[in-house]
Design a protein around this ligand. Structure first.
Ligand code: ASP
Length: 446
C-alpha cells in the first residue's frame, strides 16, 4: 500500500481530535481531555517554538553570508517588503469589499441595533466605558479586567514615538533577545548584521564560523523533521484540547456561541478562503508557473500546523522545510524572507481586522465614510505588521484599528467568543502568504 503523506496523517489527526472532543463533551469527559490530552498539544507548540529561534538565527546568518554582493541583499529586502505590503493591502481591500457587500452587522434585528447604537452614543459621551450586556450575544466573554489590561498596554504603545518600531528592532543585548520568543525582529536584525560582517571579513577567518553555522542549521532542520514525525498525534491533542475548552460539557453551547456571530464568521472565512484558494495560487502561477495542486501539496503540512497551533511563529520551522524541499526555494532566500514574513506579513489578520471593524460598526448603526474605510486599510495593515505571530494577537491589535476610526475598543469582547476558530483560519492565510511571497522573491532573484 502506498504510504500516506504527512499532511494526510495530520488531517486525520485533526479530524479525530474534533470527533474525540465532541464525544468527550457529550459524555461529560471534557475535563479529562483538558487535563490528560491537551497538555501534549502544548508540548508540541513548545517544541516548535524551541526550534524556531535558533533556526531563524542560523538560517538568516547562513542565507546572508552566502550572498556575496551586499547590494543584492538590499534589492532582495526591497522586493520582500514590497511584496508583503502589496499582498496585505490587497487582502484588507478584499475583506472590506465583502463586508460592505454582505453587511453581516445589519442582519441583526433593528431593535437590537438601535439599543447598541444607544450604548455607542453613551460611550461617545463618556458615560459607558465598557460593553453593555445587551451588545454581547454570548456567555463566553472577555473579562473586563483582562480588557482593561490589554487597553493599557495598547495605550502605552500608542504614546511612543512613531519611530518606536525601528527602535524596537535593534537589540541592546542579543542574549536577552534570544531568550524572548517575542523578539524575532531583533534576532533577525542581529543575524543580518552578523551575516553581513561575515562577508566583510577575510574568507580564511570567516570559513570556520560559516561551516559551524551550516552545521547548526542542519541540526535544527533535522529537529523539525523529528518533531513533525509526531505531528499527527500532537495535532489530535491540540484540537481536542481547543474544542473541549470551548465547549466544556455542553456541546450545544458551541453552536450557541456562533449564534449572532455566524454571518460575520462566514464573511471572514469567505475572505480568507478567497486569499488561500484564489489569490495566492494565481500569484504563484503568474510568477513561478507552479500549478494549483503542486502548490497545495507542497505547503499542506505547514497550513495544517498553522491551523492547529494558531501561531505563524510556531509554524515557521515547518514552513521553511516545505518551501525548501517542496517548492524548491533556496535557503538563501527562504532564510531571509520567511522569518521576516512570519513577524510582519499577516494578510489573514489584516483582512479579519478590516471585516471585524466594519461588522462592529454595522451592528451599532454607525456608518463609516469612504475616508474612514481607507483609514482602516492603513491601520489594519500597520496593526497586522505589529501583531505578534502568536494566538489572538490580531484580536488585541484590533483595538488600534477600532480606535483609529473613533469606535469603542472594548467591542473586541463582542467578537471574542469566535476568535479562536477564526484565528486558526487566519493563521493559515498568514503562513500561505509568507510561502507565496517567498517563492515569488525566489523567482525574481533568478
Ligand atoms: N495567530 C496569528 C498568527 O500567528 C496572529 C493573529 O491574527 O492573531 O499568525
Amino acid at each position: 500500500m502506498k504510504k500516506l503523506s504527512l499532511h494526510w496523517k495530520i488531517i486525520i489527526g485533526m479530524f479525530l481530535g474534533v470527533i474525540w472532543s465532541i464525544l468527550s463533551s457529550f459524555f461529560g469527559l471534557s475535563s479529562f481531555t483538558i487535563n490528560w490530552i491537551s497538555p501534549f498539544g502544548d508540548i508540541f507548540i513548545s517544541l516548535l517554538k524551541l526550534i524556531a529561534i535558533p533556526l531563524v538565527l542560523f538560517s538568516v546568518i547562513k542565507g546572508i553570508s552566502s550572498i556575496s554582493n551586499i547590494s543584492l541583499l538590499g534589492r532582495m529586502g526591497f522586493k520582500t517588503l514590497g511584496a508583503y505590503l502589496l499582498t496585505t493591502i490587497l487582502s484588507v481591500s478584499i475583506g472590506l469589499c465583502i463586508v460592505n457587500l454582505v453587511k453581516p452587522g445589519a442582519k441583526i434585528s433593528l431593535s437590537q441595533r438601535q439599543e447598541n447604537n444607544l450604548a455607542y452614543e453613551k460611550w461617545k459621551n463618556g458615560e459607558n466605558l465598557t460593553v453593555s450586556s445587551s451588545e454581547l450575544n454570548s456567555q463566553n466573554k472577555l473579562s473586563d479586567e483582562k480588557l482593561k489590561k490589554i487597553k493599557n498596554d495598547v495605550d502605552r504603545q500608542k504614546n511612543n514615538s512613531p519611530l518606536q518600531f525601528i527602535v524596537d528592532m535593534v537589540p541592546s543585548n542579543i542574549f536577552e533577545s534570544l531568550a524572548d520568543n517575542k523578539s524575532m525582529l531583533k534576532i533577525i536584525f542581529f543575524a543580518v548584521f552578523f551575516g553581513i560582517t561575515l562577508v566583510l571579513i577575510p574568507e580564511k577567518e570567516a570559513s570556520v564560523i560559516i561551516g559551524l553555522v551550516d552545521s547548526f542549521n542542519s541540526v535544527f532542520l533535522k529537529m523539525v523533521d523529528i518533531v513533525m514525525w509526531g505531528a499527527p498525534y500532537f495535532v489530535f491533542a491540540l484540537l481536542a484540547g481547543v474544542i473541549s475548552k470551548l465547549a466544556g460539557d455542553n456541546p450545544v453551547g458551541v453552536l450557541e456561541i456562533f449564534k449572532g456571530l455566524g454571518i460575520y464568521s462566514l464573511v471572514v472565512l469567505g475572505g480568507l478562503g478567497a486569499m488561500v484558494f484564489l489569490i495566492y495560487p494565481a500569484i504563484m502561477y503568474l510568477f513561478t508557473k507552479k500549478t494549483y495542486s503542486h502548490f497545495f501539496q507542497s505547503i499542506a503540512s505547514a497550513q495544517m500546523l498553522a491551523f492547529s497551533t494558531s501561531s505563524s511563529a510556531a509554524t515557521l520551522p515547518v514552513t521553511m522545510d516545505c518551501v525548501n524541499k517542496n517548492l524548491g526555494v533556496s535557503t538563501k532566500v527562504s532564510g531571509f524572507v520567511l522569518p521576516i514574513g512570519a513577524t510582519v506579513n499577516m494578510d489573514g489578520t489584516s483582512l479579519y481586522q478590516a471585516v471585524a471593524v466594519v461588522f462592529l460598526a454595522q451592528m451599532h448603526m454607525v456608518d463609516l465614510t469612504v475616508s474612514q474605510q481607507l483609514l482602516i486599510v492603513f491601520t489594519a495593515t500597520m496593526a497586522s505588521i505589529g501583531s505578534a505571530a502568536v494566538p489572538s494577537a490580531g484580536l488585541i491589535m484590533l483595538i488600534i484599528v477600532l480606535d483609529s476610526v473613533g469606535l469603542n475598543p472594548a467591542w473586541i469582547s463582542i467578537i471574542f467568543p469566535v476568535d479562536r476558530i477564526l484565528d486558526m483560519c487566519r493563521t493559515v492565510v498568514n503562513v500561505t502568504g509568507d510561502a507565496t511571497v517567498c517563492s515569488v522573491v525566489e523567482s525574481l532573484e533568478n
